[in-house]
Design a protein around this ligand. Structure first.
Ligand code: CTP
Length: 424
C-alpha cells in the first residue's frame, strides 16, 4: 500500500467502537474527523452506547452500516462478526471506553460484540476512557486499568479533568476527538507500514521546550519570531504516546489546544520565564529536547511600561538591548550525568554549509544530539507542517529527508531513546 506521510491515516482501516458513557456523544465528531483524514471507518456501538448516540449518525458519517451488539450472530453472516471486524481493522479505537467494557476486556470476558472483538484483535487498540470521577477512582476500575497497561499493543488514553455530565468536577472526561485523531496519526507515522503502539519510553521522563519566546519592548510592542511550536508540541505528544512522562514548557503556540492534553503543560512568555521552568524541571528528566526558538535579544530595562510614539522608535530600537542567555548551554552545564539533551539548529545554506555549521554548533552547545534543519527550503521548517535535515551526534550523521513533523518527532525520539543509559 502506498502511504502519504502527510496524511498518515489515508486509506487506513479503523474500527471505532463506543461503549456506554455520555462521552459517546463525541464519537460522531471523531468518526467525521477520521473520515476527513482519509481513513476507512467502521463503527460499533454497545447496547448502552446505542441509548446515547445514534447508530444512523455513525453510519452516515462513516459511509457504512454501524454494527450493534445484536448483529453478532446474524444468520446472514458466514463468519462470526467479531472475527471479521478484528481481522479487518488495522487499528481499533475505543472511544469512549466505559467501566463495564474496561472490566470485561481486562478480565478477558468475551461477552458481547465489542468484548469479543477486543479479545480477537491482534492490532493496536487506542483506549479512551470516560466515566464519573468516583467510578474512575474506584479500586476495581483502577485495578482493571492497571491490567490494561500490561496488554501489548494497547495505547491507553487516561481521562482528563473537567466538568462532567453528572455535574461533578474531576477526572473522568474523555480526551478530545482531536487528540484521539492525533494519537491514531502518531501510531501510523511511526512505522508507516503498520500502526505501532510499542511504549518504549515507559518509565522515562522528557522535558520539552517549544514555540517562540516573547520579549517585551514597550507596553504595546514585543520581539518574537515565526515559530508555531508545532515541532515541539508534536515531539512532546509523540513521546507521551510512547509512554513518556512529559513536561512541556512553551511560548505562545499556533497549534490546536487539544494537542497539549495529557501533558504537564507550562505556558510562558519570555526566555527568562522559560529558563526558570526548564531549570526547575531538569533534575527530574531523563532527556531534554530544546525545540523552542528562543529570542536572541531582550530589553535591558525589561520593556517600557509606556508606549513611545512612532517617531521615537528609531531611538528606542537602536540601543538598550542585551543578549538572551543561551538556555541550552546552561542546561548542558548543569545536567545530571545520565541525562541526554537534544538541541535544534535553524540554519540556511547548501548541504555542506549546513553540516559544517551544524558540527560547530553541536560542539558549541555541548548537547548530545543536534537536529540541523534548513529554514530556507520551500515547504519545510518554521511554521510549516514538514521538517527535515540532519541529525548530528558524536558518532552520528543521519540524513532525515523532509517529512511530516510528527514522523520526524518519532525519528528523533528513537535516536534520543537509544542514547539513554539502560534502566537499572
Ligand atoms: N537556544 C537556547 N537559548 C537561546 C538560543 C537558542 O537554548 N538563547 C537553543 C534552541 O532552543 C535550539 C538551539 O539553542 O535548541 C539552537 O538555536 P539556534 O537559534 O539555531 O541557534 P543560536 O544559538 O540562536 O545561534 P544563531 O542564531 O547565531 O545561529
Amino acid at each position: 500500500m502506498r502511504t502519504d506521510p502527510e496524511r498518515p491515516l489515508q486509506g487506513r482501516r479503523l474500527l471505532v467502537a463506543a461503549s456506554g458513557s455520555i462521552a459517546a456523544v463525541k464519537t460522531p465528531l471523531l468518526v467525521s474527523a477520521l473520515v476527513k483524514a482519509g481513513a476507512e471507518v467502521r463503527c460499533l456501538l454497545t447496547a448502552s452506547a446505542e441509548k446515547l448516540v445514534s447508530a444512523s449518525a455513525l453510519a452516515c458519517l462513516s459511509r457504512h452500516c454501524c454494527y450493534l451488539e445484536r448483529d453478532q450472530w446474524d444468520p446472514a453472516c458466514s463468519r462470526p462478526l467479531h472475527i471479521e471486524l478484528a481481522e479487518w481493522a488495522e487499528l481499533v479505537v475505543v472511544a469512549p471506553l466505559s467501566a463495564t467494557s474496561l472490566g470485561r476486556w481486562s478480565q478477558g470476558i468475551a461477552d458481547g460484540l465489542l468484548a469479543s472483538t477486543l479479545l480477537a484483535s491482534e492490532v493496536p487498540v487506542l483506549a479512551a476512557v470516560a466515566m464519573n470521577t468516583a467510578m474512575w477512582k474506584h479500586p476495581a476500575v483502577q485495578r482493571n486499568w492497571d491490567t490494561l497497561q500490561t496488554f501489548p499493543g494497547v495505547l491507553p488514553l487516561a481521562p482528563g479533568a473537567g466538568l462532567l455530565a453528572c455535574d461533578r468536577i474531576g477526572d473522568g472526561r474523555m480526551v478530545s476527538p482531536e487528540l484521539i485523531e492525533l494519537a491514531a496519526a502518531s501510531l501510523f507515522s511511526r512505522g508507516m507500514q503498520h500502526a505501532n503502539a510499542e511504549r518504549d519510553w515507559l518509565g522515562r521522563s522528557l522535558l520539552v521546550s517549544a514555540g517562540p519566546t516573547v520579549e517585551p519592548i514597550d507596553a504595546a510592542r514585543v520581539l518574537t519570531n515565526r515559530s508555531s511550536g508545532r515541532m515541539g508540541v508534536l515531539l512532546a505528544q509523540a513521546a507521551r504516546m510512547r509512554g513518556a512522562d512529559v513536561v512541556l514548557v512553551h511560548g505562545p503556540l499556533q497549534v490546536p489546544d487539544a494537542w497539549r492534553e495529557g501533558l504537564h503543560d507550562l505556558p510562558v512568555q519570555t526566555a527568562a520565564e522559560m529558563g526558570e521552568l526548564l531549570i526547575k524541571y531538569q533534575p527530574y528528566a531523563d532527556a531534554v529536547a530544546m525545540v523552542a526558538a528562543v529570542a536572541d535579544l531582550k530589553r535591558r530595562d525589561g520593556g517600557l511600561s509606556s508606549k513611545p510614539a512612532k517617531n521615537e522608535l528609531n531611538c528606542l530600537l537602536s540601543g538598550g538591548w542585551e543578549d538572551v542567555p543561551d538556555l541550552l548551554q546552561q542546561l548542558v552545564r548543569q545536567r545530571p550525568q545520565v541525562q541526554r539533551l537534544l538541541g535544534f539548529a535553524a540554519l540556511s545554506g547548501s548541504e555542506d554549509v549546513l553540516l559544517e555549521r551544524g558540527r560547530i554548533k553541536l560542539q558549541a552547545k555541548g548537547c548530545d544530539l543536534l537536529m540541523v534543519n534548513p529554514i530556507d527550503r520551500p515547504g519545510q521548517g518554521f511554521g510549516d507542517v514538514r521538517n527535515g535535515g540532519w541529525l548530528l551526534g558524536d558518532q552520528l550523521q543521519l540524513r532525515l529527508p523532509a517529512m511530516s513533523k510528527l514522523a520526524l518527532a518519532h525519528h528523533l525520539l528513537t535516536a534520543l531513546r537509544e542514547s539513554l543509559p539502560r534502566m537499572s
